[in-house]
Write a protein that binds this ligand. Structure first.
Ligand code: MN
Length: 253
């Protein structure tokens, strides 16, 4: 099996190393990842400036682009054929609920889903700003969960344009896996105004995580209960009941 791996934490991230190690159990691994951290890059593609590819040897490449750029370049230029599997991660921190819209980790897997390549986004739930930041050994501890999710879904034909978003809590042993729905997360809406050394104002976005909308089926809930969450995502964002409602308002004459 040919496997392409990327992430949004960059080529030097320990989570990428651990994911490549786990993936080597399934086949031949090629890594194409951003040369610097691109967390919260979302699904952006670089269309208006040049992209560079750096060949690091041993099937490892870094690019000056986003996670989605890496998949685009990895499939169409570096591999020159569709791999059997695309994996993204293992992200430093959760990609739960609505955060999938900001996540570069999920975007890399979504870019693969656009090409109808089987894809998985993996994240390790832990506080990256904590006193003890996540280390290679923390990511290596997720190996059995990563392998189990892939193994148990390998015989399933993914529906067109779908991907799996997996969040793994930091835990001893192998936590149980739960299939979940995408939850809704809340953050304190914080803007920190500051002044740069030349006296001009600048702003720092982002507040503390405040919790999630109560839903026992959500990935947010499952991870809080200590389970590995697996959410099947799709690309069509159309809201079906709203579509039906609007269709009655704008009926063709
Ligand atoms: Mn990240």
């Amino acid at each position: 099996m040919k496997i392409l791996i990327s992430n949004d934490d960059g080529i030097h991230a320990p989570g990428l190393t651990a994911l490549a190690e786990a993936a080597s159990e399934f086949g031949e691994v090629t890594v194409v990842a951003p040369h610097r951290e691109r967390s919260t890059a979302g699904h952006s593609l670089t269309l208006h400036k040049p992209l560079r590819i750096f060949d690091l040897g041993s099937n490892r490449f870094s690019t000056s682009g986003t996670p989605a750029d890496c998949i685009y370049l990895g499939v169409r230029h570096i591999l020159k054929e569709k791999p059997d599997l695309i994996l993204s991660g293992i992200n430093a921190g959760a990609n739960l609920g609505t955060d999938v819209h900001y996540s570069g980790t999920v975007a890399a897997a979504r870019e693969a889903a656009l090409m109808n390549i089987r894809s998985y986004a993996f994240s390790l739930v832990g506080d990256r700003l904590a006193q003890h930041p996540l280390e290679l050994s923390d990511y290596r501890n997720t190996r059995s969960a990563v392998i189990e999710v892939i193994k148990r879904t390998l015989d399933i034909t993914f529906p067109k344009h779908t991907l799996l978003n997996i969040n793994i809590p930091q835990a001893q042993g192998s936590p149980e896996i739960r299939v979940c729905r995408q939850g809704i997360r809340f953050y304190e809406n914080h803007i920190e105004p500051k002044e740069d050394p030349r006296g001009r104002p600048y702003y720092w976005l982002g507040g503390r995580y405040e919790g999630f909308e109560p839903n026992d089926l959500s990935d947010c809930h499952a991870v809080e209960q200590g389970f590995v969450s697996v959410v099947p995502l799709t690309i069509d964002s159309t809201h079906s009941p709203f579509y039906d409602q609007l269709s009655t308002v704008f009926q063709p004459g």
